[in-house]
Ligand binder design. Structure first.
Ligand SMILES: O=C(O)C(=O)CO
Length: 346
């Protein structure tokens, strides 16, 4: 009997070769490498990859060249396809509900980058309190006046984060890990807003206070950290920044589009916000030039999740999702099951 087909998107795997051999033993693997949207769409229309049952994308660097997975693309997938297992935490580029309508489970790999993103979150929080962005840019400029300016003046305006209040929007795995680290390392007081309250067993070790209302949490936090998935709408705008403490800090490790960037620039320029730490940007790979010019803003190039450990984990979890689904009927980290069920009920 011929083996089912798996479509591997993007580059070769780099780390988990033994596990990949298990995939090779169970599936005929077809490769699309890095096709443009037009080439990928034409290949699907021509059934170039055959009636594949699964798609696997091991890393975010490649395999996404076809752009957003919207109705146009998803409607070209063969009816045989049952699962799409991809690297990465965020899935703002894929319409998981539309996939579910075609009976396709989408699995992300957020669990693989929790530690890495949480570490970057801590770095950004620390930087907004200590203004390492200012010190680093002064030193990098190799300018004696800039060095002396930073060296003389930073101490008057920076703080140790200890005992300040961190307000986390989204206490998922990453938000929770940041809360643990901030609480353990800096004795920060943890507040959080989420659509649902965590059990006491989660809140108690953090001493965390739940806010059902975001508007109620904002004025209570010295630093607000965004750790919630992008669901199509902005989360924070000028009105939200106005509710925050004057001089408070903002950190975003989630998605740039969650924040009204011009409003953030205005809030920083007016001093309503004292500092910001941003891994993600509204219009990546572009970075807002005004933000880039602010010494109280620490910027990263969307690399919070970028570590060897995340890469190994992304590859592995993607393969485990595919193998688990075909061996036991259950994927490990599906994100759209609620709609798969709904669709099945129709
Ligand atoms: O995996 C993702 O989606 C990330 O943004 C990690 O930083």
């Amino acid at each position: 009997m011929s083996k089912p087909i798996l479509l591997h998107l993007g580059d070769d795997i780099k780390w988990n070769h033994e596990l990949y051999q298990q995939l090779q033993a169970k599936f005929t693997i077809k490769r699309s490498y890095s096709m443009s949207r037009a080439d990928f769409s034409n290949a699907l229309k021509a059934n170039q990859f055959g009636d594949f049952v699964a798609m696997y994308r091991p890393f975010w660097n490649t395999g996404g060249e076809m752009g957003n997975w919207d109705d146009e693309l998803i409607s070209l997938l063969p009816k045989s396809c049952k699962i799409y297992a991809s690297a990465g935490a965020g899935f703002d580029w894929v319409d998981t509900k539309r996939l579910a309508e075609s009976g396709i489970i989408y699995c992300n790999a957020a669990a693989a980058c929790t530690e890495s993103v949480a570490d970057a979150g801590i770095w950004l929080i620390l930087s907004t309190f200590r203004l390492f962005s200012w010190s680093a840019s002064a030193a990098h400029s190799a300018s004696i006046p800039a060095f002396q300016d930073a060296n003389r003046n930073i101490a008057a305006v920076t703080h140790n984060p200890n005992h300040f209040t961190l307000g986390i929007i989204g206490l998922g795995k990453i938000g929770h890990r940041i809360a643990q680290k901030a609480h353990a390392a800096f004795d920060m007081h943890i507040l959080y807003h989420d659509i649902r309250r965590m059990p006491a067993a989660v809140e108690a070790p953090l001493g965390a206070t739940y806010y059902a209302s975001l508007d109620a949490m904002l004025p209570a936090a010295d630093c607000v950290l965004v750790a919630t998935p992008f669901a199509g709408d902005k989360l924070l705008d000028a009105a939200h920044f106005a509710k925050m403490k004057r001089g408070a800090r903002l950190v975003n490790i989630a998605r740039g589009r969650l924040i009204d960037e011009p409003a953030l620039v205005a809030a920083l320029a007016s001093g309503q916000l004292g500092a910001a730490g941003l891994d993600v940007h509204y219009d990546e790979p572009k970075v807002d030039a005004r933000l880039a010019g602010m010494r109280n803003v620490q910027l990263l190039a969307h690399t919070a999740g970028a570590s060897v450990e995340s890469h190994v984990g992304f590859e592995r979890l993607g393969m485990e999702n595919v193998l688990g689904f075909f061996e036991t009927g259950k994927a490990v980290t599906p994100v759209n099951l609620q709609w798969i069920k709904e669709t099945a009920r129709l």
